[in-house]
Design a protein around this ligand. Sequence first.
Ligand SMILES: NC(=O)c1ccc[n+]([C@@H]2O[C@H](COP(=O)([O-])OP(=O)(O)OC[C@H]3O[C@@H](n4cnc5c(N)ncnc54)[C@H](O)[C@@H]3O)[C@@H](O)[C@H]2O)c1
Ligand SMILES: [Zn+2]
Ligand SMILES: [Zn+2]
Length: 290
Amino acid sequence: IVATSLCHTDLYHLYEGMPKDGFPVVLGHEATGIVESVGSEVTEFKNGDKVMPVFFTQCRECHFCKSPKTNHCVKAWMCTIDFRFSCKGKKILQLGGLGTLAEYTVVRQINLAKIHPDAPLDKVCLIGCAIGTGYGSAVNIAQVEEGSTCAVFGLGAVGLAAVMGCKAAGAKRIIAVDTNPEKFEKAKIFGATDFVNPKDHSKPIHDILVEMTEGGVDFSLECVGNASVVVSSYKECQLHFKQKAHKLAAGEYGPAYGLVHSAPVSNRQKSSSLATETKRKCQQSPSVSL
Ligand SMILES: NC(=O)c1ccc[n+]([C@@H]2O[C@H](COP(=O)([O-])OP(=O)(O)OC[C@H]3O[C@@H](n4cnc5c(N)ncnc54)[C@H](O)[C@@H]3O)[C@@H](O)[C@H]2O)c1
Ligand SMILES: [Zn+2]
Ligand SMILES: [Zn+2]
């Protein structure tokens, strides 16, 4: 492993989610490295290849890999070797099957992508999670349209990449929302046009955004990973988008048109309960019948 950046999902695993069977663990999943050796059945990589580990396997054979609608390969959840590291006889897990906060790791070949030999490994590691998630949410999942108005909640690496995706898709107005105002300067560089700190307002944030946009935004991207923020981002969508947003947000992982949440996907149950909570709160919303 040459470089690993820190994603909030690592912190989530460590301090917030704390799955019962999730420790001891080598954290880290947003990385780049160089292949040091390969197993006998590895066909696609050789020593010296520059590579990026990927959280979501790509077997290229299952129905999800072949579908243009998702990248949730079924083999992501079917890891037969659930540990490859041990210490004093005790098994040690790898976050996302990767565990890149280490000098060396061992991964399946479907968890690896070859990258350009000239790629600067210390920079492109961000593509392994945050950029793919944020940029992809805007461009591929929400399919942000030219001339639209977008809101992006949370301006960490995922949110900044979502801002970048909204800009690339031609959004005319990108409202960046964060409780930490120090994030606004960076967001501006990435293309945000308006900045809102929920702490500066006594009204709920969705009311502020509805007022700012005379009726609601076209696309709302939640990049905090907080169920209440998901509900807020749903509420400030324009009324005619809400039904569609809800339908999709209540799916197990919830990436939606008009509403994209970025709950840690490593934990199915959490993600699913986030979706359930979103659904429950959405059903309480008087503004739309579901
Ligand atoms: N679905 C995926 O594949 C995927 C991938 C990466 C990250 N994630 C998840 O996405 C989320 C963001 O990850 P990150 O690494 O960018 O996190 P981060 O901690 O770097 O950034 C989060 C930002 O949200 C802001 N924030 C916190 N509470 C807020 C609120 N109530 N309203 C507005 N802003 C608020 C923080 O100030 C911070 O700037 C995390 O939950 C992470 O687990 C999901
Ligand atoms: Zn991540
Ligand atoms: Zn697959």
